[in-house]
Write a protein that binds this ligand. Sequence first.
Ligand SMILES: Nc1ncnc2c1ncn2[C@@H]1O[C@H](COP(=O)(O)OP(=O)(O)OP(=O)(O)O)[C@@H](O)[C@H]1O
Ligand SMILES: [Mg+2]
Length: 336
Amino acid sequence: MRTIGIANQKGGCGKTTTAINLAYSLSIRGQKVVLIDCDPQAHATMGLKVKPSGLEKNMYDVLTPTRSEAAGIDDIAVPVNEHFDLAPSSVILSAIEQELAGQPGREDRLLQAIRGLKQAYDYIIIDCPPSIGLLCVNALRACQEVIIPIDMSLFSLRGVAKLIELTMMLKDELGHAITSRALVTMYDSRTKYSRRVLEEVKVEFGENVFNTIIRYNIRLRETVDYGLPVGVYDKRSNGHNDYERLAEEVMCVAMAQAQVKEHAEPLSQDMLVKTEKYIDAVMKQPVPEGTVFDMEEILPPAYKSSYPEMVQAMGYGSLDAQSEDEIEFEEYKEEL
Ligand SMILES: Nc1ncnc2c1ncn2[C@@H]1O[C@H](COP(=O)(O)OP(=O)(O)OP(=O)(O)O)[C@@H](O)[C@H]1O
Ligand SMILES: [Mg+2]
């Protein structure tokens, strides 16, 4: 059994998209997979057409500090296909960080739940939230491998540095070794900026970056509305092809299988504080010299703002307009 976390504190870099589509591509290769949604946003849950409000139990019930009432992952698992189960999340999971604070073994709740699994899985994929708190630490404690999606932004790279530091701390303090591997997502080879970030990533990670690159693909964006893996929505799309390649690479790559020590000490509160301080420091880091980009070049066409067109279409005048029009434009934006 391999347990793989998908993590990066940078929001919107493709964690959930990777979790859903990697899990799906592994499942259609006959691998038995469970995708654990560890994010209170429940995007992986909704992305698989499961309505969090319609569920009796979810990951909150698995991780709850009230152990007598705790559910097992088997109890909450929802089948997606013959080989693919989902352990769903819900917004209530956001309460868990506070509820677990001060509890002994709070960082090991997920690890214990995975150890208690009755169903045998080949792969456990964990979708992490875009923050480094107890949920992410629980996920890292439970996995031997972490895939770090990197979209084409320097913030994303900084998120990687942070995550690697955290995994190194886990190794130093608990002897829990995790193999980290970066995955380039939303790659648009047409832009100089994308090509430059890709070079930086290759230099920074060397062997620790997947050969597979997930291209920017509009189908991956569209599937969210349909709650389907891209392979079901459009199996001829680049998005599906890329995740197929990733699944092959994950299955072939000899990612070191670290042994989780049986009697690991719980993480200290100090370590969490240290981690949060580091995040603050990272956020304050100035953008390195020479990174003045042309926004038009950075953003793939689908991301470009349509404000100017919308404003004009609604009769608010052009963006160059003065005073009153500008005020109206600001009011209009607030209304949105
Ligand atoms: N390769 C891609 N091409 C185009 N759109 C993509 C691609 N990967 C992800 N997206 C879209 O980008 C958005 C963010 O992706 P996703 O939800 O996977 O990111 P995330 O890292 O899980 O976000 P969060 O940090 O909020 O959990 C979604 O709308 C998704 O459909
Ligand atoms: Mg997500």
